[in-house]
Write a protein that binds this ligand. Structure first.
Ligand code: ADP
Ligand code: MG
Length: 282
């Protein structure tokens, strides 16, 4: 991973974006020089009231930098998925807006890998690119690269029924990565796998983020997962959904599994955990 760089976001502390981004060179270099602090994702007063009257999200402001890794953390029902879906363009906000540079590719990964059982690993990995109309030769290159990235090279002809839960999630990641996204949006992607696999997948994801440089928004209700992965953790609370506080996570990248048992990690987990509990009881 290249050395971290720091940029100043208006009205906030200095943020480290962790690495150069894949999209920063060379054609968008000029943009970056001119506007080093322009957010990649700019959520301005976005709120959501569902047609049945449920106020899922109060107006939210959130700016996420290019190449940043941000998690949305909070209890079930606090509007994490709603906010992610609005950022993803899968759902409209009732008020407010979300600005993302036109043409930037957004890839999504959900808790359920949603693989097509009649397609092989390779064929499943082609799906998102197929839907996006990526040319066949190009698709083959990208899929091979994505399967390699997630450790599924050699499993191309295997069917989903013969994959473990962790491998299915790797395939779901590969299918999204083959799009070569500038924005990677994930909604509790590792919730359904066992703890050991979950930690391995977290490390894989960080490694890939380190080399690919996409902007990541990661939804989770797992405090440790949010801290381990992120540069910033956005803590949300329910009834109605809102952002309570944004924590900067000061640990350097690349992060190693030893961080999970480091005293600083435990201390920060306790602090954010305490904050979450207060929110839940208020
Ligand atoms: P989270 O992902 O944090 O669990 P959601 O964003 O899924 O929360 O949901 C926020 C709130 O909005 C919850 O009260 C949920 O029941 C409600 N909600 C989510 N989707 C819909 C929908 N399509 N129609 C009505 N209410 C919804
Ligand atoms: Mg959700």
């Amino acid at each position: 991973m290249k050395s971290p760089k720091s940029v100043q976001l208006e009205g906030s502390a200095e943020l480290s974006t962790g690495h150069q981004t894949a999209t920063s060179a060379p054609d968008s270099l000029a943009d970056e020089v001119q506007m080093p602090s322009a957010p990649h994702i700019d959520v301005q007063g976005a709120s959501k009231t569902y047609p049945n009257g449920t106020v899922a999200l109060q107006p939210v402001n959130l700016q996420i930098l290019k190449g940043e890794f941000v998690s949305l953390l909070g209890p079930s029902g606090c509007g994490k998925s709603t906010l992610l879906r609005i950022i993803a363009g899968l759902s409209s906000s009732t008020q407010g807006s979300v600005h993302i540079p036109a043409g930037d590719r957004r890839a999504f990964v959900f808790q359920d890998a949603t693989l097509l059982p009649w397609r092989t690993v390779e064929s499943n990995a082609h799906l998102v690119c197929e839907l996006e109309g990526v040319d066949k030769t190009e698709r083959h290159t990208r899929v091979a690269e994505a399967l390699e990235m997630v450790g599924l090279a050699g499993f191309e002809k295997v069917y989903p029924r013969n994959l473990s839960g962790g491998m299915k999630m790797r395939l779901s990641l590969a299918r999204a990565l083959a799009l070569r996204p500038q924005l990677f949006l994930m909604d509790e992607p590792f919730s359904a796998v066992d703890e050991i696999t979950r930690e391995a997948l977290q490390d894989e994801l960080l490694r890939i983020w380190g080399t690919e440089g996409f902007t990541s928004v990661f939804v989770t209700h797992n405090l440790y997962e949010a801290i381990y992965l992120s540069q910033r953790v956005v803590v949300m609370s329910a009834r109605p959904g809102r952002i309570e506080k944004i924590f900067d996570i000061p640990f350097d990248f690349p992060r190693s599994p030893a961080l999970r048992s480091a005293p600083e990690f435990t201390a920060l987990s306790a602090e954010i955990g305490e904050f979450l509990r207060k929110g839940a009881n208020s």
